[in-house]
Write a protein that binds this ligand. Structure first.
Ligand SMILES: [Fe+2]
Length: 619
């Protein structure tokens, strides 16, 4: 079904908008609606509108003075009764009558069975910068400089499992419309006959590092209903890009709110990213580079708030970490069509989605919510000692999120939901200390081994079936079968596993299959080997030395798709050639495919012979 969610060409006097009405544009709530001092104080914005200077007001044409509107019935405007208690639109006092530029097309995200988040950016094509009231069929929404001209509304009252189109429209000029977007609602929470669900899964889109050809995949091939982004949607660095004409506009690391906003602005000029957003709803979670490299709850590798280091001595541009993190989060909430699930809870983004009895999604925040100290390059040895203490309360996600994911997985199992999918930023599997090829990444779950063990132990103890984790971060491709025994065997911690448990462990119980996807455009471990052949030699050593690792590939950029029905979960890894130094939207290659059969808790053998990369010998 196609339903047009039109933004009606209405405009009331700006002075009639109340703070509550401002907040109908969810961007005004970003990210702390219950703590206005930390975000946007809409009461102040409202007051400012009331006190707008005569000069600004004179730029807004009085509706009655427009000569091109026929008198009497005004078919271009909705009938009385819509919005704000206004009953006669023709008497609205002020109108912004200029053109709007929908500078970054449209986007949608976080599909529920009854609602979806719709996004656009409406920038006035005029010399003055006033707030632009807009409205849609259910309510008004306003936008302005306070929210970087972003518009983010929740369209509600929708039908489940339905394809919709939508369009924003300039209130003052009905012909001035956004591109038409397509979006989709999720299956009903209680649905029992859910059709195959298809996701395209991304991470690590670095604008100066390469083109975003991979985003074109699900648009060109129409093989995904939803897009998932596992983090590093933008990068904070100010370098690179000269060879491909994508030099960042700010040649330094991001620090201010405007820095972060302009970086989203810049990333969203990529045509394949724009097209993907216009056509498919996204479920996004952030990783570190939406703020700064290897950030955790109280710092990053180059910024913190520590008094002992002389105030903000490590900080970029003398901006303390907490300020920088606040700017980064606010820009993220403004520019991504993401729900704000509990604004009073440290701007958390971890959240879940239920797709009938077919699958539940748990989208984690392993990064910014409550992560204990991570590897910041200058403290690696210290973190390494913390990481291996299995009895420590040290956590990657924080106690509240730990309880949520454990309770959630158990509830999914008890409800009879077949698949439990986890969107996760950093590798869960144990990355073997094969020092010749790879050093342990203490910024990933290997740095939080007690937390990992608690999670895997819970899945094992509760006999939770069909858990699949999808991971970004590494700019490389991985297939792990994680369980307590095998994971500990892959690290120094095997000595802590009781001998009896090692011999009685049921390999088909409590195994969490992990699908790690490569980057959209960021280069990494695989590229450091200089050639595809060399990187594959390294990948071979990895799969041979790591008992939990079944497949590895390092060289190409690309993305994953996963298609899920009641009997199978099938993941495809796609590669794009040329390390993304040119745009190649129609040039993907299937690198590898792996399938889980429901109830088996591992991937089927024999594995496909991969087009790129290496599989474990004998598998
Ligand atoms: Fe990345």
């Amino acid at each position: 079904m196609i339903l047009s969610l039109l933004i009606l060409p209405l405009l009331a006097g700006i002075a009639q908008a109340s703070p509550e009405e401002l907040e109908q544009n969810l961007a005004y709530r970003s990210p702390y609606v219950s703590h206005p001092a930390l975000g946007i104080d809409t009461r102040q914005v409202y007051k400012r509108h009331l006190e707008a200077s005569a000069e600004v007001r004179s730029d807004l044409k009085k509706r009655q003075e427009q000569t091109d509107i026929p008198s009497g019935e005004d078919s271009e405007y909705p009938q009385p009764g819509y919005g704000l208690g206004v009953t006669d639109w023709s008497n609205s006092n002020y109108i912004y009558a200029g053109d709007l530029n929908f500078t970054h097309s449209v986007a949608s995200g976080d599909p529920y069975d009854y609602s979806v988040i719709l996004w656009t950016r409406a920038y006035p094509a005029s010399t003055y910068r006033v707030d632009i009231p807009q409205c849609e069929v259910q309510r008004w929404s306003l936008t302005g400089a306070d929210v970087d001209w972003t518009v983010k509304v929740e369209a509600t009252g929708l039908s489940a499992s339905t394809l919709y189109s939508y369009q924003f429209e300039n209130c003052a000029k009905p012909d001035n419309k956004s591109p038409i977007g397509k979006t989709r609602t999720a299956p009903g929470k209680m649905a029992t006959d859910v059709p195959t669900q298809r996701f395209a899964i991304y991470s690590c889109s670095n604008y100066p590092n390469g083109f975003f050809s991979a985003y074109s995949g699900p648009v060109v091939h129409e093989d995904a209903d939803y897009v998932v982004h596992l983090g590093d949607y933008i990068y904070e660095s100010g370098t690179g890009g000269a060879a491909i004409g994508r030099v960042p506009s700010k040649g330094a690391e991001l620090a201010s709110l405007d820095d972060y906003r302009r970086r989203y602005d810049e990333h969203r000029t990529d045509v394949d990213l724009l097209s993907m957003h216009q056509n498919i709803p996204i479920i996004a979670i952030w990783d570190d580079h939406e703020t700064a490299n290897n950030d955790w709850k109280a710092g990053s590798s180059d910024s913190n708030d520590s008094i002992s280091t002389g105030g903000c001595a490590y900080s970029n541009g003398t901006v303390c970490f907490s300020d920088r993190a606040m700017h980064a989060k606010r820009a993220y909430f403004e520019w991504l069509p993401i729900r704000q699930v509990d604004l009073g809870d440290q701007a958390r983004i971890w959240r879940d989605f239920r797709f009938g009895d077919l699958l539940d999604i748990y989208a984690l925040d392993t990064r910014k919510y409550d992560r204990d100290i991570t590897d910041l390059s200058y403290n690696t040895d210290y973190v390494a000692t913390l990481a291996q203490d299995l009895d420590s309360s040290r956590s990657m996600v924080g106690p509240q999120q730990e309880k949520w994911i454990e309770d959630g997985l158990k509830a999914s199992q008890d409800r009879g939901t077949v698949w439990k999918l986890i969107w996760n930023q950093v590798i869960l599997g144990s990355q073997t200390p094969d020092q010749a090829t790879f050093t342990i990444n203490y910024d990933a779950w290997d740095g939080y081994q007690g937390n990992r063990q608690r999670l895997l132990q819970h899945i094992y103890d509760q006999s939770i079936d069909n858990v699949a984790v999808f991971t970004g971060d590494t700019h490389a491709t991985w297939l792990f079968e994680n369980n307590i025994q095998a994971t500990l065997q892959g690290s120094d911690d095997i000595t802590t596993l009781a001998a009896s448990e090692a011999t009685t462990y049921d390999h088909q119980r409590g195994t969490v299959v992990e699908f790690g996807g490569t980057a959209v455009s960021s280069s990494g471990w695989g590229n450091s080997w200089g050639s595809y052949e060399n990187s594959t030699v390294a990948a071979k050593r990895m799969v041979e030395n790591n008992p939990t690792l079944l497949y590895s590939k390092g060289y190409h950029r690309g993305y994953m798709t996963v298609s899920v029905n009641y009997t199978h979960l099938e993941t495809y890894w796609y590669s794009y050639p040329g390390n993304q130094q040119a745009r190649v939207p129609n040039n993907r290659t299937l690198a590898m495919r792996a399938t889980m059969e429901a109830g088996m808790n591992h991937v089927q053998r024999p594995l496909m012979t991969p087009t790129f990369g290496a599989i474990k010998p004998g598998f």
